[in-house]
Design a protein around this ligand. Structure first.
Ligand SMILES: Nc1nc2c(ncn2[C@@H]2O[C@H](COP(=O)(O)OP(=O)(O)OP(=O)(O)O)[C@@H](O)[C@H]2O)c(=O)[nH]1
Length: 208
């Protein structure tokens, strides 16, 4: 893939979907679009110049637009770290989890725009995903230290439980945008079949 993009959009589509009981990326957002396709379109509409899909460790990528995690059992942070390694020549990344069926491009574009302007990581309130992450000296330093910790964990056999997106955001400059009440629902995260049903009811109300 070409790597000189201004902003790389990344759908975080790995994990186990254990609470949902089926792959969340394949859930049908509409009859034509599953959640993976919907999330990719959201990123494009929010201004990402190229899109990749972040998939699990040891999954076999079927195209250059898929990045299999370099790290096992690190959750979404594993996808973020892998993207940082595999697509270095960008100004920033827009990470979107695959399980936000009520999100709109405008809400997503806002964190990209604020993040690009402030040159900081950017997200909504205490929601750490979706996340804009700039590529700069601070994030380079964070990821080189993270890789050293991961390597140390492999060597000693002790997984570092403090590794998380929340911990990352404590170590790099970041901006938390206050989420307007009217946008709260947009970050409704579907992890269970009940939540998926609830989101579908909201989608029906919006369409009518
Ligand atoms: N690339 C990558 N993405 C992940 C990984 N784990 C979770 N994700 C993605 O990160 C987002 C949040 O995931 P979670 O809901 O915390 O975990 P999950 O594995 O999807 O679901 P559960 O098994 O029910 O916890 C979703 O978009 C997942 O697809 C991982 O190990 N690698």
């Amino acid at each position: 893939m070409s790597t000189n993009n201004a902003c790389l959009g990344v759908v975080l589509a790995g994990g186990l979907s254990s609470r949902m009981g089926q792959n969340k990326a394949e859930l049908p957002r509409t009859t034509e679009q599953n959640m993976l396709a919907y999330s990719s379109a959201l990123l494009q509409d929010a201004g990402a110049s190229q899109i990749v899909h972040s998939i699990n460790f040891q999954s076999a990528p079927t195209s250059s637009e898929q990045f299999a995690d370099n790290f096992e059992n690190l959750g979404p942070l594993g996808g973020i770290a892998t993207t940082f390694l595999k697509a270095p020549h960008v100004n920033g990344y827009l990470f979107l989890p695959v399980d936000l069926p009520l999100l709109t491009p405008a809400c997503l574009a806002k964190i990209r725009q604020v993040g690009e302007l402030s040159k900081t990581a950017c997200h909504y309130d205490d929601h750490f995903l979706p996340l804009y992450l700039p590529r700069n000296a601070m994030t380079e330093l964070f990821f080189s230290q993270l890789l050293a910790r991961l390597q140390n964990g492999l060597t000693t056999g002790k997984k570092d439980k403090s590794l998380s997106i929340k911990q990352m955001l404590k170590q790099i400059p970041n901006t938390a945008i206050a989420l307007e009440a009217k946008h709260k629902q947009q970050l409704f995260n579907c992890n269970t079949p009940e939540q998926w049903r609830e989101a579908n009811e909201q989608m029906t109300i919006r369409v009518s």
